[in-house]
Write a protein that binds this ligand. Sequence first.
Ligand SMILES: *[C@@H]1O[C@H](CO)[C@@H](O)[C@H](O)[C@H]1NC(C)=O
Ligand SMILES: *[C@@H]1O[C@H](CO)[C@@H](O)[C@H](O)[C@H]1NC(C)=O
Length: 650
Amino acid sequence: MSLPWLLLLLHPIFSYSFIYNTFKSNHHNPNLTLNGIADITSNGILKLTNVSTHTIGHGFYPDPILFKNPDTNKVVSFSTAFVFSIVPRYRKLGGHGLAFTIAPTKDFIGAQPSQYLGLVNVTLNGKASNHLLAVEFDTVQDFEFRDISDNHVGVNINRMKSVNSTNAGFFIDGNSTKQDLCLHSGKKIQAWIDYDADKHQLDVTLSIYSNKPSTPILSVPVDLSPTFQDYMYVGFSSSTGVLASSHYVYGWSFNMNEKAESLDLDLLPSLFQFKTNKKRFRIWFMASIISAFCIIVIIVAVYVTTKKFNNTEVAEYWEHDLGPHPYSYKELKEATKGFSHKMLLGFGGSGKVYKGVLPDSKMDIAVKRISRQSKHGEKEFLSEVSTIGRLRHRNLVQLLGWARNKGELLLVYDFMANGSLDKYIYSSNNPKKILTWDQRFKIIKDVSVGLLYLHEEWEQTVLHRDIKAGNVLLDSELKGRLADFGLAKLYDHGSNPITTGVVGTLGYLAPELTRTGKPTTRSDVYAFGALLLEVVCGRRPVEVKASPEELVLVDWIWDKWREGRLLEVVDARLQGVFNKSEVMVVLKVGLMCSSDEASVRPCMRQVIRYLEGKVPLPEKLGPSCDDAVKGGFVVEIKEFAPSLMKMKSV
Ligand SMILES: *[C@@H]1O[C@H](CO)[C@@H](O)[C@H](O)[C@H]1NC(C)=O
Ligand SMILES: *[C@@H]1O[C@H](CO)[C@@H](O)[C@H](O)[C@H]1NC(C)=O
């Protein structure tokens, strides 16, 4: 054997490199391995996803690449450059993003779309066995992963929560100010990712030009050796969710141990290729101007003659449909008889609610009309749509769809034949509106199950943040359903939520909320406790018209408890017809939930166990589940009796 061959065997040469200026098959490069809905367009662009919702696309270099030097077992330096663009379905909203990926596989079995970018799923997320490096170009802010914005670049190792991330941008040499860059503008963006094996540093650099700026936008100190296996695959992964973008990669270079070649943007294919010479272009341009002029004349003529444009929807193309069921404004207007006063069901937290009948299907709906002036603006609207669109439970009011008109937002919900619970609790002595004890108890249990789903059973914790009788709706069978998730915000299980302004309704606001402003599942439980007491007593948590000792419902019930006359608080309209032990359970649970001390309130799972009689109520009312697990404490019942003073200060 000759000497060079021997050297080669002893020291595998780390000079692996490739450059794609097109992904069309040619003799320079092997075809990429495609997965999911990924495809190569006829002019050689890698199209990872289109604007269909909930899809995944993968495009990977077909062969595994040796990343570790067998002598040292260390990952060697590598470098890559690629050009991508993101064209969203709705101009202002990307969904979800793409990631340059290095992984031990090209298959990603079990990977989920949406926030998982087609790389992992809820159980795989965070596992060391993923051996995964992903540099994400993310256009949706997932609170679950603490995303900093809906336009960021992040370095992810084995998990979707980034090691570090930064808002997309780039530097121009000689200028130290970061230039803003919108990832989903549809423009070509070049990205460079460089790993320095000596410094243990991963740099990400962006630009809208062919040349690489000398300053990266993100530098993450990391040793990839523990993460990587010897052989790894490199490529791109992308996904869409409720929101969707087309994700494209135009060119790609990769180099082991050396800097990757930058790509020349002019040499790459384009999405729309007009191969026109100047003369042809001029003719085309003139023709366009003339036809545009004709069209305008026709439109003006139509407008003048019919003047029927009063109701025209503002035709921003992305606004026509978002989520699973888009409706047209016209359809909803017809359904609600032109938002007639007669169809008005009530005033929600953020707008008027109308009854409607869909013209085609004759289906009953409720339309929440959110005015432009309302604080419940576009961002909240979109968070509501994308969150509720995915929540499904028999004790929640299902969001069916939405529409827009001139900045006004319309949400379409299942129609609940029997309206909201508050009408029954507070209203009149109309005998038809008096719920029996069995009905009340059933509704309480329904709501508790719905709230448990939000808190613990969905993939993320969802806080309701405005539980009250007005937000409990009754369907045709008087089944209770929680409504209005406009205030719900997502956050990780078991960690502190993002601080936001205090929202909620007087009498349902947990005392710590006014101090800290941080809503938690415990503040939801507080409001739920107030609801329980109301349903039993048939009055508001704070009744201004009541006598001073009855002003604050919770305090009044505590007083009666101490006097041993608890059953006197029960709604007189029940005329004594109720199951005493059930009423006692509900009142006690209501008091436990209404504790001033958040840590002694039970969690919803515990509440349900009490309500179902599966677990007896403690004689001494004790700590909640979480604290019990931690070996918590037991509190004498009088120690957490709320003080009238504090309640009044709310
Ligand atoms: C996206 O691609 C898939 C698979 O090629 C196709 O079935 C679907 O119709 C496409 N969606 C759109 C909106 O073009
Ligand atoms: C994250 O990256 C930014 C920008 O590169 C840097 O300023 C910051 O210190 C980094 N944070 C951490 C925790 O590494």
